[in-house]
Design a protein around this ligand. Structure first.
Ligand SMILES: Cc1cc2nc3c(=O)[nH]c(=O)nc-3n(C[C@H](O)[C@H](O)[C@H](O)COP(=O)(O)OP(=O)(O)OC[C@H]3O[C@@H](n4cnc5c(N)ncnc54)[C@H](O)[C@@H]3O)c2cc1C
Length: 542
């Protein structure tokens, strides 16, 4: 996974929270379904006016991460092309928006999070409504959304893991990197894990991170930096507490890559940062770099400049690695070592005590041109008390949405969900867990182009729809005309407490105020109930 740090590099304009909260000055909406191209020499093409019977195009976007926000942003710009107003409801299972910008991007990379300002502008647009705390597949189904809306865009990301499957991977102390990242970033689903991480960190001075992508490097950096260096960031207090107590004895983080450094997917910025941490050495083995430089890898280095720079930096680090004392706190890269199994702790047999790795060699697959890791039979044991599997996030199937099992994504053709007219997908749910925040812009533009094409060419039959926004509210909150949401279908008829944008702003303000008292940008709320009590539900206001 590769990403960039700065929203400026994505061409995004930063605005303050204040100006965003005051509302976006957007071009006034066109009169409902009056074609913008009826006069002059503009090319005449079929527009939504022909099919939508004098009403706006009603769109529901599921997921308020970068993918959801970019689809919303670019679809709002297409009113002229569509010939009608567009209204968009964004649904998210959590009361807070932004997806991995809030729960993935590292706390010591605040400049990346500035992209939220762009998303705030989108959410403040009068044509957009936020439905937080609404879980697609639980509170509302795919069929219900298709019934209510002309267009449904699924942008619910990848909320699962590619799991380690080696023997011993079920021992206590083995976690998915996603759990660790989500925990230190305050995701409510992982807020209960402090004790488990504390136990694992206290049991040994070494952590093994399996995988060589940017998420692996984020985990290694956060662990190695420790609490003191992170206390001015928006890392959650519960993580600071664990890092400053159980994590204080940490001496080594070992990053394990089964192939060579040329095949690693981390980027130069993240690597450089790891080599410059205060009081933390970076270790690389010259012989492993040498073994990685097969003829095919050397060819790759010739053509890929970023890889060349990584090769040069790792070589420089390796040159200095021998002089680092064995006691120094360090992040150590190991290349060409595949995880064979996780071994139990001698005195606590249900807990991890070490990982056993097998030295690998690279072999060229002539058919694909890729280099595979082949075990050499030579094994090595690395003692550790915690293992983080960082081998990828995974999009999970949702009832009623066609799923591509092989690639673990929504089954789609260039963003059109297979076999479901009017349903589209974008972001990690569409293409899998790869790419930077900006990659979701390209994705969004192509999905928006597909929607415009389908509406304009009348591929999309826009039937009679009830007022979708109110219809969704009724459905979720048990309004007069509404059927109860799925959450209530077990007989309890529980209403869903929807958090609207004003509700989220209240959460945001409280978080920023709590943070200010501690010298942090914000102190996140980590329990949904807590957030709900701060955000007044729309239903309660009505
Ligand atoms: C640890 C980590 C660090 C990263 N750091 C960077 C970085 O520094 N720079 C960079 O450019 N990129 C970074 N990335 C990549 C970037 O975060 C992704 O490209 C981007 O977030 C993907 O966007 P998405 O909208 O598809 O998914 P997500 O961001 O995951 O958003 C999905 C949204 O859908 C919601 N959702 C999920 N299920 C449901 C449901 N059933 N019903 C309703 N809503 C649902 C979620 O709550 C979430 O809000 C990082 C990724 C990770 C994992």
């Amino acid at each position: 996974m590769r990403w960039v740090r700065s929203s400026a590099r994505l061409g995004l304009r930063a605005v303050s929270y204040k100006s965003a909260a005051q509302g976006l000055k957007h071009t006034p909406p066109l009169p409902t379904c009056v074609s913008a191209r009826t006069a002059g020499t503009a090319i005449q093409r079929p527009t939504a006016t022909d099919v939508s019977a004098g009403r706006p195009l009603r769109v529901c976007v599921v997921g308020s991460g970068p993918a959801g926000f970019y689809v919303t942003k670019y679809l709002l710009k297409e009113e002229a092309e569509l010939g009608c107003e567009v209204v968009i409801d964004i649904v998210d299972r959590l009361p807070t928006p932004y997806g991995l910008v809030r729960f993935g991007v590292a706390p010591d990379h605040p400049e990346v999070k500035a992209v939220q300002n762009d998303f705030d502008q989108v959410a403040s647009d009068a044509r957009v409504s936020f439905f937080g705390n609404v879980c697609f597949g639980k509170d509302v189904s795919a069929a219900q959304l298709s019934e209510l809306y002309d267009v449904v865009v699924l942008a619910y990301g990848a909320a699962g893991d590619r799991e380690l499957t080696v023997p011993g991977a079920d021992l206590e102390g083995v976690f998915a990197a996603r759990a660790f990242v989500s925990w230190y970033n305050g995701h409510p689903d992982f807020a209960h894990m402090s004790e488990e991480f504390a136990k694992a960190l206290a049991s040994s001075d070494t952590v093994a991170v399996v995988g060589v992508g940017n998420v692996a490097l984020d985990c290694a950096r956060i662990l190695a930096k420790g609490a003191n260096a992170l206390k001015g960031s928006d890392i959650c207090d519960h993580a600071l507490d664990v890092l400053s107590s159980a994590g204080a004895g940490l001496r080594r983080v070992v990053i394990l890559g089964r192939r060579g450094h040329v095949q690693a997917s981390f980027t130069m910025k993240e690597l450089r940062e790891l080599t410059k941490l205060d009081g933390v050495a970076c270790l690389v083995r010259q012989e492993e770099l040498e073994l990685s430089r097969t003829p095919a890898s050397l060819d790759e280095l010739k053509t890929a400049r970023p890889k060349n720079r990584i090769d040069a930096l790792l070589t420089k680090v390796a040159d200095g690695s021998d002089s680092v004392s064995a006691e120094a706190k360090a992040v150590e890269f190991r290349f060409l070592v595949g995880l064979s199994d996780v071994l139990p702790n001698n005195s606590i047999p249900n807990r991890v005590g070490a990982v056993r790795v097998e030295r690998n060699q690279l072999e060229l697959d002539e058919a694909t041109g890729a280099q595979r890791a082949i075990g050499s039979g030579v094994k090595e044991v690395i003692e550790c008390g915690m293992v983080l599997g960082s081998i990828g996030y995974r999009c999970l199937p949702v009832h009623g949405v066609p799923y591509d099992e092989r690639n673990s994504i929504i089954a789609n053709e260039r963003g059109r969900v297979q076999g479901v007219p009017g349903m589209y997908c974008s972001g990690w749910a569409r293409r899998g867990p790869s790419g930077i925040i900006g990659t979701n812009i390209t994705d969004a533009r192509s999905v928006v182009a597909a929607i415009v094409e389908d509406v304009s060419s009348k591929q999309l039959a826009l039937g009679d729809k009830a007022e979708s926004r109110q219809g969704l509210r009724n459905m979720l909150m048990g309004g007069q005309d509404g059927a109860p949401g799925l959450r209530g279908s077990g007989g309890t008829k529980k209403k869903v407490q929807v958090v609207d944008w004003d509700g989220y702003q209240r959460i945001n303000r409280d978080e920023v105020a709590r943070g200010a008292m501690k010298g942090k940008p914000r102190e996140k709320f980590v329990h949904v109930e807590e957030m709900l009590s701060i955000a007044t539900a729309v239903g309660d206001e009505e």
